[in-house]
Design a protein around this ligand. Structure first.
Ligand code: DC
Length: 220
């Protein structure tokens, strides 16, 4: 079973992906981590973020182990990491370099301890359109940008990161525009994706919509 969950930042993809993987014994793959790892390495090595060749070379050499190690860095999930990821993800050769890694993951899905999983839940921006065009179920989550910025602002406060709501909102709008309008694999729903606006839905409500869709596929 392959499920893809795409959509803009802070739409709830990670939360839903974690709940689905637990319920259906699937391993989740947060594909944004790959782009964050490349973006953060650019920042940490002092490369100009506009240097496509350098970003491509980093992407070509990236391993899962390196990505996990980089994910411990405080800027991996910060805006520094998010904006750098969004910029390097607009480079076609970077996307190409990371594609096989993402596709291969579904060939023999296993949990971190090596036990086999019943499939994969991918989350990202292009997992339903480019990474797994043959996925069993494709979800595209949307939510008003103000709602998403409020969620992100709350997360920042909980982590002790001081950033005004206005700045979170402005940065989120900038990232949405870049992710939507880049020429290579822009963020958009696949033609066969189920689009769900979760601006006013709780996580429980959202799961009540998605679980029957998964179960329908499992019994098909
Ligand atoms: O989901 P995230 O915020 O961790 O993603 C960081 C950036 O990576 C996002 O702004 C766009 C990019 N990305 C992408 O282009 N394609 C994906 N499948 C996942 C993320």
């Amino acid at each position: 079973m392959i499920i893809t969950i795409d959509g803009p930042a802070a739409a709830g993809k990670g939360t839903i992906s974690a709940l689905l993987s637990k319920k259906y014994h699937l391993v989740s793959f947060d594909t944004g981590m790959l782009y964050r790892a490349v973006g953060l390495q650019m920042v940490l090595t002092g490369m100009e973020i506009t240097n496509v060749e350098a970003a491509t070379a980093i992407a070509q050499k990236l391993t899962f182990a390196q990505m996990i190690e980089l994910s411990q860095h405080p800027d991996f999930r910060s805006d520094v990491g998010g904006q750098a990821a969004s910029i390097v993800s607009s480079y076609q050769p970077v996307r190409q370099a990371l594609l096989e890694m993402q596709r291969n993951f579904a060939k023999n899905p296993t949990f971190a301890d090596g036990t086999p999983a019943a499939g994969v839940v991918y989350d990202g921006r292009d997992t339903g359109t480019v990474v797994c065009p043959n996925a069993d179920l494709k979800i595209f989550l949307i939510a008003d940008v103000e709602v998403r910025a409020q969620r992100r602002h709350k997360e920042f406060l909980e982590k002790g990161i001081q950033k005004s709501y206005e700045k979170v909102l402005a940065d989120m709008k900038e990232r949405d525009e870049r992710d939507k309008n880049r020429s290579s694999a822009p963020m958009k729903p696949a033609d066969d994706a189920v689009i769900i606006d979760c601006s006013t839905l709780s996580v429980d409500d959202l799961m009540k919509i998605i679980m029957p869709l998964v179960e329908q596929k499992l019994s098909a």
